[in-house]
Design a protein around this ligand. Structure first.
Ligand code: HEM
Length: 276
């Protein structure tokens, strides 16, 4: 039976096209190393039994990015002034092309973001992924949680309707009851003794500049630590139970006996039984 000839050489056209695509990437790589860094991030080794629960962090990240993008669009039309805030939100919803969609995505997306945040945190907790050596990443996560909630709190006032106003009154009064710092916190949030125009601009500035900036920076640190430390195996896997499946390589463990639910070394350096 005749065997179809295998294609060994790429056509000249294909080679030209590949060179054209690679040129800007090579240019960038030579000068920054960014392409190699991205490739390392995307194709790094993760435990073989990584599963759907591990996608909750990326899902949270995606929800945050949707909030950032829709928020930037809303900020192009929103006016942080008591006389025009409510009208500007109405204008976005009723008059602008797809304004209702962008506002709806931002409004409902806020809840999606917080819900995913809690699911992700629950996964990390239940998998014991907060233990050594990932305590620092858990602490970074706690800051992300606080800033995420603050983002929701400051955004709620912006439509400047009755619900927004009174919910903020309740929120600020609650903060005001904190020991020692409470009154200062309430004054800071109100931007004075009463809720008024300055409160609205303060909340707007916190909501669209300070808090998202902090969240972006914290996510950068969070992901750096995820890549550096590797991802935890599920608790039911052999690695998670100390990584000491029968005949596993003890050399890959750290020397001080702190072999817990996690592997301090990068996942890629952990050799399984029988591996060379
Ligand atoms: C904006 C919020 C957050 C984003 C975008 C985010 C993103 C991620 C991503 C993409 C991962 C790797 C994949 C995964 O394990 O799902 C991860 C891992 C992790 N996250 Fe988060 N996260 C956030 C909030 C939190 C919070 C609130 C906590 C805990 C308080 C937390 C603690 C951790 C820990 C300890 C890991 C390492 C898990 C492991 O190695 O298995 N994160 N995060």
């Amino acid at each position: 039976m005749a065997v179809a000839p295998t294609r060994t050489k790429k056509s000249a056209r294909r080679q030209k096209m590949e060179a054209a695509v690679n040129y800007p990437l090579d240019w960038l790589e030579e000068r920054s190393g960014l392409v190699g860094g991205l490739r390392y991030f995307l194709f790094r080794k993760v435990p073989g039994d990584t599963n759907w629960f591990h996608t909750l962090g990326s899902a949270t990240l995606t929800a945050f990015l949707v909030q950032a993008i829709t928020g930037v669009i809303l900020a192009m039309y929103y006016k942080p002034d008591p006389n025009s805030a409510y009208q500007s939100v109405n204008h976005i919803t009723n008059d602008l092309t797809l304004g209702w969609l962008v506002r709806g995505m931002h409004k409902w997306g806020a809840s999606v973001f917080i819900i995913l945040l809690f699911f992700h945190m629950a996964r990390v907790f239940l998998f014991g992924a907060y233990k050594y050596p990932r305590e620092l990443n858990w602490i970074v996560g706690v800051f992300l949680l606080v800033f995420g909630m603050l983002e929701g709190f400051t955004g709620y006032l912006l439509p400047w309707d009755q619900t927004a106003y009174w919910a903020t009154v309740v929120g600020i009064n609650l903060n005001g009851t904190a020991p020692i710092l409470g009154p200062f916190l309430a004054d800071f949030l109100r931007s004075g003794a009463e809720i008024g125009p300055d409160t609205l601009s303060r909340f707007y500035s916190l909501h669209m500049l300070l808090i998202p900036g902090a969240i972006f920076a914290l996510i950068g640190l969070h992901l750096y630590l995820v890549v550096r430390l590797g991802v935890t195996s599920p608790p039911w896997s052999r690695e998670a139970a100390g990584g000491l499946g029968a005949g596993a390589d003890y050399e890959a463990q750290d020397g001080d006996g702190r072999v817990g639910l996690t592997q301090p070394t990068a996942r890629s350096t952990f050799r399984r039984n029988g591996d060379e």
